[in-house]
Design a protein around this ligand. Structure first.
Ligand code: 13P
Ligand code: SF4
Length: 304
């Protein structure tokens, strides 16, 4: 880190103390953002952390639905999202009214929403899940019909793993669809002894040929315990930073350099500092929505 970046990081850390704030960062954040965070993790780990923090303010280095989830869990805390425009395109592919219509068409169906949804969609759902607990959670459901929104690929994966028929919404992650099965075939020829781990947001033909299908937190744990010296990684490119940092003796090969989530990259050291200086922009979920959404999010945390 050069001098000016180090000074910026120092300013953030001292203001963080003054504000009694905690900095939570997703695994896809820029390396220098991960480095100043109190905790780096996947969506589930970040929600669990937000739920148990004693800080007065949470600085969320991630995308809008993550900050909203923290606000749902911690209504008395200030939740800062340094760039309000940092959204998740997949979360914006379904609106609450779309889900209401779907529910009318399938009365009695249990609604499972991926955490990558707006608070309004969560408020219309029975249970929320993340990529880390989706299979476990759906496995336990005894429902005759299950609606799963908005990620058709995660939904498809969960359905094949659990054997349960699910009604899917045609949403997808524009970053993960860039990861192609041909890229895996090509890399396997170059690295014949490598393991392949991919995120369940990838296309079914990619998931079908991977050795491991894991959340970003699952990838971190797997990389540490694996005996493989080379691991081919199918998810957003930001993951590579932490994998390499924590496993300097292993080689990590991204499947696609084009799997970049531009929204995740909007958060910088500069705008983290400015947001803590101004205590803005804040994400706050309206109480009527929050109370409904919390029931679904609490079940997500309970399942763990
Ligand atoms: P994880 O919960 O696995 O970190 O995934 C979040 C996400 O947005 C993946 O694109
Ligand atoms: Fe949303 Fe995809 Fe970005 Fe994850 S990587 S935040 S699913 S757009």
């Amino acid at each position: 880190m050069n001098n000016s970046r180090a000074q910026l990081a120092e300013k953030i850390l001292s203001l963080k103390k003054e504000r009694n704030a905690v900095i939570l960062a997703h695994n896809y954040q820029l390396g220098e953002v991960q480095d100043i965070a109190d905790f780096v993790g996947d969506s589930l780990e970040l929600s669990q952390n937000a739920a148990r923090t004693s800080a007065d303010a949470i600085v969320f280095c991630g995308v809008h639905f993550m900050a909203e989830t923290a606000s749902i869990l911690c209504p008395d805390k200030i939740v800062l999202l340094p760039v309000m425009e940092a959204g998740c395109p997949m979360a914006n592919m379904i609106r609450a009214e779309d889900l209401r219509k779907m529910k009318k068409e399938h009365p009695g169906a249990v609604v499972v929403c991926y955490v990558n949804t707006t608070a309004e969609v969560k408020a219309e759902s029975d249970i929320c899940c993340t990529s880390a607990n989706a299979v476990r959670l759906v496995q336990r459901l005894e429902a005759r019909e299950i609606i799963f929104v908005p990620d058709q690929y995660l939904g498809h994966y969960v359905s094949t793993k659990t054997g349960k028929k699910m009604i899917l919404w045609p949403g997808y992650c524009p970053t993960h669809v860039r990861i192609q099965a041909e890229d895996i075939h090509r890399l396997r020829k170059m690295y014949p002894r490598a393991e392949v781990m991919v995120h369940p947001e990838c296309r079914p033909e990619v998931v079908a040929i991977a050795d491991f299908v894991l959340s970003t937190g699952g990838m971190i744990r797997h990389a540490k315990s694996s005996q493989a010296a080379e691991i081919i990684v199918g998810t957003e490119i930001g993951m590579i930073y932490r994998l390499r940092k924590e496993n300097p003796d292993k080689v990590f090969i991204p499947i696609s350099e084009q799997a970049v989530c531009p929204n995740m990259k909007m958060i910088t050291l500069e705008n983290i500092l400015w947001s803590m200086e101004d205590m803005s922009p804040q994400v706050k979920v309206a109480e009527n929505i929050r109370l409904k959404a919390k029931k679904a999010v609490d079940r997500m945390i309970e399942v763990g």
